[in-house]
Design a protein around this ligand. Structure first.
Ligand code: SF4
Length: 419
């Protein structure tokens, strides 16, 4: 099992209420630095059952299901992950070559339900969903034995989280793969400014701003929800699809309160991270001077992800994104400048890939990404394939590798993963 050890002294600081009948707590890695196998983090209860290792968080929610024998699904290099909102992901690291270059990790997380992923043919996905029912039975057996949450209770638990934040988290920023999607959500806005026609994760509702009372109730609720497992979180996601629309002042306030309450710096995992999405409009409305103030937050790294989609006006019109190509350019170059002038800000830009988009879209993207000057160390690019198109994985990979070779910024494929 991979993972560096956390000192028992540190673990005991969190005074877990471990009873005699609990399974052992296993200490895993205290760093999200990528290693060449699927890695687990923090402190988790470990149960072995029918050839599987089940890892439960410190509140008794299943987090990982890992086969211990090569003849068991999903295979020795893969694992099943449950997210806080009860989504199930297959972490596939069976294919080693070129995966890190493609996604920035040595595995590909694939949602097991919902949208068909280009990484998982439909018939294979259906088969895997059938295999899941056996694993869910194992979770129930272990839960019965140790008083952890069974499958029905986990569904209710996820619903209770959504009630606390009064919304959903349909998609996480691509940078959150750097913390393996381990984060606590806090909504400072709900809805989308644009509800772009191409987008499969839009809320379909107008933007709504969270007031003080709502914010405080969420923070207290999430702190209680995390319980003892707060020790396993060093990251916060400010949602929903456009947190930046709340404005810098509101973000500073919400992030500071979250930092004081969740204490990510005291987690079992090193560092502390804040993630959020921004739109072209909200990013430009704030401007460099205000956004620089985010650098003063106590989080070690602050990630802002901007959905720019295209530098090409006709492409923006085709995909139903109501922004101008001039504003996209402005947001891109403002983001580069901001990264070069701040320490903790990391800005990433999303661009679309579509088989039927105008050729000029890709041409302009190549041109802009290959002609960047200066030090933009904390900026990166994510390429997002249009979801409604069926992709041949080889073709997708080749295009991403070609863009990557031309880009002066680190560039990866955006994997759409919900919380
Ligand atoms: S692309 Fe962003 S702004 Fe547009 S609908 Fe989707 S989440 Fe909302």
């Amino acid at each position: 099992m991979a993972g560096s050890h956390i000192s028992f002294k540190l673990l005991s600081c969190f005074s877990f209420m471990k009873s005699k009948n609990d399974p052992p707590i296993r200490e895993f890695s205290n760093s999200y630095n990528p290693i060449s196998v699927i890695n687990f983090h923090g402190a988790l209860y470990r149960v072995e059952i029918n050839g599987y290792q089940l890892l439960f968080d410190l509140q008794g929610r299943i987090r990982w299901i890992v086969p211990l024998r090569s003849n068991l699904w999903p295979g020795p290099e893969s694992a099943i992950r449950r997210t806080l909102c009860n989504n199930w992901l297959l972490y596939d690291s069976s294919e080693y070559y070129g995966i890190f270059e493609l996604v920035g990790r040595y595995y590909i997380p694939v949602p097991l339900y919902g949208n068909i992923s280009p990484f998982l043919p439909e018939n294979q996905q259906n088969e895997q969903i059938r295999e899941m029912s056996y694993l869910l039975d194992l979770v129930d057996q272990a839960a019965d034995r140790y008083g952890f949450m069974g499958i029905d209770q986990l569904k209710r638990d996820a619903t209770s989280l959504l009630k606390i934040i009064k919304g959903t988290v349909p998609v996480l920023p691509p940078d959150t793969i750097h913390v393996d999607y381990d984060l606590l959500p806090l909504l400072v806005t709900r809805g989308c400014l644009y509800n772009c026609s191409f987008c499969t994760v839009k809320t379909g509702t107008d933007i709504e701003y969270v007031d003080d009372h709502d914010l405080n109730v969420q923070i207290d609720g999430i702190r209680n929800y995390a319980g003892k497992d707060i020790a396993n979180f060093n990251s916060v996601f400010l949602g929903q699809n456009d947190a930046l629309a709340a404005g810098t002042v509101r973000i500073l306030e919400a992030a500071s309160k979250a930092f004081s309450s969740f204490r990510p710096e005291a987690s079992l995992i090193r560092g502390s991270n804040l993630f959020m999405f921004g739109s072209v409009t909200s990013f430009l409305a704030e401007g460099t001077a205000k956004l620089k103030e985010l650098d003063s937050l106590p989080f070690e790294r602050i990630f802002i992800n901007l959905g720019l989609e295209s530098f090409h006006q006709k492409t923006l019109e085709r995909i139903g994104k109501p922004v101008s190509s001039q504003d996209v350019e402005k947001a891109f170059y403002t983001g580069l400048e901001l990264c070069s002038r701040t320490d903790s800000l990391h800005i990433s830009f999303n661009f679309l890939l579509g088989q039927h988009l105008p050729g000029e879209h890709l041409e302009l993207l190549f041109k802009r990404l290959s002609h960047i000057e200066g030090d933009n160390g904390n900026c990166s690019v994510y390429i997002s394939p249009l979801q409604e198109e069926s992709w041949r994985i080889g073709q997708l990979r080749r295009t991403v590798y070609t863009l990557k070779a031309a880009s002066r910024l680190p560039l990866y494929l955006y994997l759409i993963v919900p919380l």
